[in-house]
Design a protein around this ligand. Structure first.
Ligand SMILES: [Zn+2]
Length: 148
């Protein structure tokens, strides 16, 4: 996505946040602001969220800015948005849309299909139940002397 925030908007916001949190380095703040821009968050909401985050002493890093959290409360576009439920096995992805879990599930189906196919191949080689009176004998099952 092309940047939508102007250079001035970004520069002013980064400087403002750095004024609020001197221990946050400007490259880190810049990366967080650009991530918000990349996600399509409106500039005004990003300013509010960034200030909310910066004045929260529990926030340890500007890297939290583009992530869901209480710092977005009170913004129009993301007001009340809930933190997504993340995949318990792959915390980088949201649950329900985790590409790794989807891949694994697809692999499981392939594995099961292969197992069923193998079982069917084995079953095809199995002889049917012996009918009363036994199977009719084929030539190769007759005693040698009977064939000769
Ligand atoms: Zn997963």
């Amino acid at each position: 996505m092309m940047p939508r925030f102007t250079k001035v908007q970004t520069k002013v916001l980064v400087a403002q946040i750095h004024q609020l949190r001197h221990e946050w380095d400007t490259p880190g703040i810049l990366a967080a602001v650009e991530a918000c821009d990349g996600k399509g968050f409106p500039y005004g909401d990003t300013v509010k969220a960034a200030v909310n985050l910066a004045v929260n002493p529990e926030a340890r890093t500007p890297g939290l800015l583009p992530l869901p959290g209480t710092h977005w409360q009170g913004t129009r576009s993301v007001a009340g948005r809930l933190a997504p439920v993340m995949c318990p096995d792959h915390p980088d992805h949201e649950a329900g849309g985790c590409p790794q879990c989807i891949d694994e599930a697809a692999r499981d189906v392939d594995t099961r299909v292969a197992e069923v196919r193998a079982a069917l191949r084995v079953a095809a080689r199995l002889r049917p139940p012996i009918p009363p009176g036994g199977h009719p004998k084929t030539e190769d099952q007759l005693p040698r002397e009977a064939v000769a």
